[in-house]
Design a protein around this ligand. Structure first.
Ligand SMILES: [Zn+2]
Length: 96
């Protein structure tokens, strides 16, 4: 069954349409990248996990960071990624 995502999905956490983000030039964590050319990311600053993430990571890890909800285009799986500023990764949004 082909589970490829053909267009930007709606964020399961807030209902906003997700945005396409260039993942090829990203340098996350281990530096291996995402293994996909792009990801769908919820850039809604009101998204509940994102709003709670700042406090959560500060309380638990002493980090100034949060999460944004992401979706893998090749299988539609939802996940989250760490961002360190409210504008983190926004420069990689691909406008369609
Ligand atoms: Zn969202």
């Amino acid at each position: 069954m082909d589970m490829k995502v053909k267009e930007a999905p709606v964020c399961p956490d807030c209902g906003e349409k997700m945005k396409k983000m260039d993942a090829q030039n990203s340098n996350f964590g281990d530096g291996l990248g995402w293994c996909v050319p792009f990801l769908y990311v919820c850039f809604n600053d009101e998204c509940p996990p994102y709003v709670k993430g700042w406090q959560n990571l500060k309380d638990n890890y002493g980090k100034i960071a949060s999460y944004r909800t992401i979706c893998y285009p090749d299988n539609g799986n939802m996940d989250s990624m760490c961002v360190f500023t409210p504008d983190g990764c926004k420069g990689q949004i691909i406008e369609e």
